[in-house]
Write a protein that binds this ligand. Sequence first.
Ligand code: C2E
Ligand code: CA
Ligand code: CA
Length: 345
Amino acid sequence: ATANHLGGAEAAAMKILKYMEEPAEIAGQKIKIGASLGVVMFPEHGEDATILMREADTAMYYAKQNHSGYRLYSKDLGLEKDDSLSLQQELRQAMLDDELILHFQPKIDFNENRITGVEALVRWQHPKRGLVPPDKFISMAEQNGLIKPLTHYVLRKALRQGEKWQQAGLDLSISINVSAVNIQDPGFPAEVEKLLKECTLPPTQLEFEITETAVLSEPERAVACIKKLSALGIQVSVDDFGTGYASMSYLKELLVARIKIDKSFVKDLAFNHNDSVIVRSTVELGHNLGLKVVAEGVETKEAWDKLKSFGCDAAQGYYMGHPLSSEDLTVWMQQSPWGLKKADS
Ligand code: C2E
Ligand code: CA
Ligand code: CA
């Protein structure tokens, strides 16, 4: 907006907001939607589009945080912005600047006694803050809608790396953490299908890890989404199993391939009797339901041996290998006692 059009811009903002108040009807369901708008003035706030868009973004985040509908940009907004708000904006930019990197942690199959897959774990290579772990930004991204582009980004990168390993002749599946927000998003399966079409990695080499709580928050939508993903050939696992309040009945309905026992039960497995009982029973439960069972957080040889004696199918943890960059992991795999399998052998 230009200065003499401020009134006009405000009127337009209010008009849009008013319009957005009307519930939208999607597939016969009335859905309440909302909007937050940021308003900037040309040329007062800047003379080029990049600057203006960034300022509009700042103003929009203020409107969003204060639920004020719309907000006019001012310089003070930039100064008074708190750490989390600046982190949000930095995360957006980080994706554009390709500052997010993936580390990969090996999964070892007990029966085959070899590395059969890797889990992709995102990190943020921040120019000032250093390597930021996912715990610092994933939940923020889930709250402000950034998780959709983030998952897309991670998926694209992971598929590209999977292709490289495939071209090197390695038979490895790639696991990706998929958030509750993604699994409730009806557009997600189609987005995944499109990415898969653009790459040579078969869908069966791709695994999605979804937490119990993600499924439980809106079971019907999650089930519909998981069914579509399974139909594409993707393996779906329940992550952090045991930490939610899942009823066992949903496991049958879900078409999941695997459950991943949470590391809190696995870490002290060797000397904690209760954990040992829980893990052994979970392996049995999974098998009785026809599912594979994976343990995460295996830190010691004792835990490894116990899991093996319980008949657990696969394991992941610091005892075997930490998450590493793709280059480091490629080197590690060549020297690891668990070895690899060439795709054609
Ligand atoms: P998670 O899915 O449970 O991932 C396993 C976490 O446990 C990883 O932490 C990994 O480094 C750590 N870990 C692996 N082995 C061991 C072990 O032996 N002992 C212990 N104590 N910890 C172990 P990280 O990489 O910090 O990731 C934390 C969480 O962030 C993940 O938990 C996952 O929920 C989330 N996350 C990571 N990458 C992504 C992503 O691309 N998208 C989404 N939506 N979430 C992600
Ligand atoms: Ca996981
Ligand atoms: Ca987990």
